[in-house]
Design a protein around this ligand. Sequence first.
Ligand code: OAD
Length: 242
Amino acid sequence: MAMNQMETVRQWLAKADHVVALTGAGISAESGVPIFRGAGGLWQQHRPEDLATPEAFARNPRLVWEWYDWRRARVAAAVPNPAHLALVTLERSSSHFTLITQNVDGLHDRAGSRHVLKLHGDLWQLRCTGCGNESHNTDVPLLELPPRCSCGGILRPAVVWFGEALSGKVLRAASEAAVQSQVFLVIGTSALVQPAASLPLLAGQNGARVVEINRERTALSAHTDISICGAAGELLPQLVAD
Ligand code: OAD
């Protein structure tokens, strides 16, 4: 199976004017960054409502920051893997390519992807809950928990928590890219969190070939043109190789 499917996807990619890739935590798994759901996933050890909601942060900013500080340290110790690098190659070789990620780890940036639509924000951006100012910060560990803004306000990670809205601008750009794409790759996401999970469906409804790459079948698999089971770090480099 897999060889024929891989060849078909390679041909689709070669012919497409506009390619979109949507990534999830699975693309960073081979870099050693924990995923959320399934065996060993973060949401098996922690309750999202204790750590990833505005209410949790208001209740105990230090506890929430301890968890984010730990995650930042995990990511800082990781390096982009061949799947991240394959998407850099795809960006360079495609006439029009859009990378959309649910990940907050910044590994696409570190791999060298130029334009990344970050649906769920960025672990390395901090936002003041007082004055709203945003700053880039790569300190690991952070010196003070919770960190504070020069205005005295408490800083939070500029990520999207449960119950919060995504940036309208980023979501609009992602939706437009989905509508215009001819090939839509969905890589390493359980496709359970909205609105990200509806982007491949939107692409498919507008004529794109939807291709999934995941270690397991997901809620989306039945709605794709091709669903390839395997590790992103092994499959993606084969898809973009000359
Ligand atoms: P999940 O943890 O829900 O799903 C990770 C997916 O990656 C699973 O379907 C795995 O089968 C797959 N996977 C694991 N290793 C892989 C590998 N090496 N190659 C290919 N696939 C692999 O992560 P997301 O779908 O990204 O939200 O989760 C979506 C959102 O839920 C996250 O952005 C986060 C979380 O709560 C926020 O933080 C707002």
